[in-house]
Design a protein around this ligand. Structure first.
Ligand SMILES: CCNC(=O)c1c(-c2ccccc2)csc1NC(=O)CNCCc1c[nH]c2ccccc12
Length: 326
């Protein structure tokens, strides 16, 4: 049975985390994304004008799926599309011998400009993979029958290298016990229900956050508008229309944010929520908590996930998420 571990290196402001992946003879840095289900990469088929500074997948090592294509658009209106190959993909020693690899023939500007990232490795459910005419499986779904345990874990850190493991849980990476909650995979996401929250206090008491997804591909923590408003009232933040989100003083006074999941309280330190200065040297920061208005659910992105050890587990038949304090 296979199991393995791969580093997750933070980009500036922990905007995303990148992990080394070998595809055929190419070694690329990919953004592992539990909020989508396509493994796509810059490739020899991506126009040079769009791929400056990126490592590229050389599709010569792959077997083309004739007549297959993919096209994805994310909520921030970024996206990519192209052709499909099968090739050998290795992540932390775990090997998928015939993994669908989506070679980009076109990528949006925000991906071209983010030169550290050579593509994404989707870890949501394969039901939302975009390959046509026949949907393909994610790397995790491809290797799942060969894994020691049908699960993967995520240990993201503030401003420091974290890691993903496949096939095993590393109990040295968390304290206390793991709290498991059921996952509703009907929308293809790692979707769960979050409970009460508290700002600055130590026990999650008021209100209820509700439906949420665990999403390593989204940088911030998107919460219901009322919860977000309550947070910034205590944090001394304000909604800045020009910035298109809440901003707050960078100076370290931001209160912690706590939320109950499965009856256990998990706390995001205030320092994670003073996310990034608006411009270099500014004393005003863009907030790491933003409203989830119009999305349809809350998104527990990297700002939350770097405060916990997360276990994405399908070993029990129905999927479940495990959280433990880091
Ligand atoms: C901001 C990125 N997140 C989203 O758009 C998103 C939404 C979403 C939907 C509507 C409006 C805002 C967000 C729901 S689930 C979800 N999660 C994903 O889509 C996960 N994949 C994000 C890939 C991605 C998009 N832009 C990037 C820029 C850097 C690194 C990764 C990315």
């Amino acid at each position: 049975a296979q199991s393995g571990e791969v580093a997750a290196d933070p980009q500036q402001y922990d905007q995303a985390y990148l992990s080394p992946v070998t595809i055929g003879n190419s070694e690329l840095m990919l953004d592992f994304d539990t909020g989508s289900a396509d493994l796509w990469a810059f490739s020899n088929e991506t126009p040079a004008s769009q791929s400056q500074g990126h490592e590229r997948y050389d599709s010569a090592t792959g077997t083309e799926l004739d007549g297959y294509s993919w096209s994805i658009t994310y909520g921030d209106q970024s996206g990519a599309g192209g052709n499909v190959y099968t090739d050998k993909v290795v992540v932390g020693g775990v090997t998928a011998t015939r993994q669908a690899v989506e070679a980009a023939t076109s990528v949006s500007a925000s991906f071209s400009q983010n030169i550290d990232s050579d593509g994404l490795l989707g870890l949501a459910f394969s039901s939302i993979n975009t390959v046509q005419p026949r949907q393909q499986t994610t790397f995790f779904d491809t290797v799942r029958p060969t894994l020691a345990k049908a699960l993967f874990t995520c240990d993201l850190r503030q401003g420091d290298a974290g890691s993903y493991t496949f096939g095993y849980i590393d109990s040295s990476k968390y304290q206390g016990t793991v709290t498991y909650v059921p996952v509703d995979d009907s929308q293809g996401f790692w979707q769960f229900t979050a409970g009460g929250y508290s700002v600055g206090g130590d026990n999650a008491t008021s209100g209820s956050v509700g439906t949420a997804i665990a999403d390593t591909g989204t940088s911030l923590l998107y919460l219901p508008a009322a919860v977000t408003k309550a947070y910034y009232e205590q944090a001394g933040g304000r909604y800045d229309n020009q910035q298109g989100g809440y901003t707050l003083p960078c100076n370290g006074g931001a209160p912690d944010f706590s939320v109950a999941i499965g009856g256990k309280t998990f706390t995001v330190p205030g320092s994670y929520i003073a996310y990034a200065p608006l411009t270099t040297g500014s004393s005003t920061c863009f907030g790491g908590i933003q409203p989830d208005t119009g999305i349809g659910f809350s998104i527990f992105g990297d700002v939350f996930l770097k405060a916990v050890y997360a276990i994405f587990d399908v070993s029990q038949g129905s999927p479940r998420l495990g959280f433990a304090a880091q």
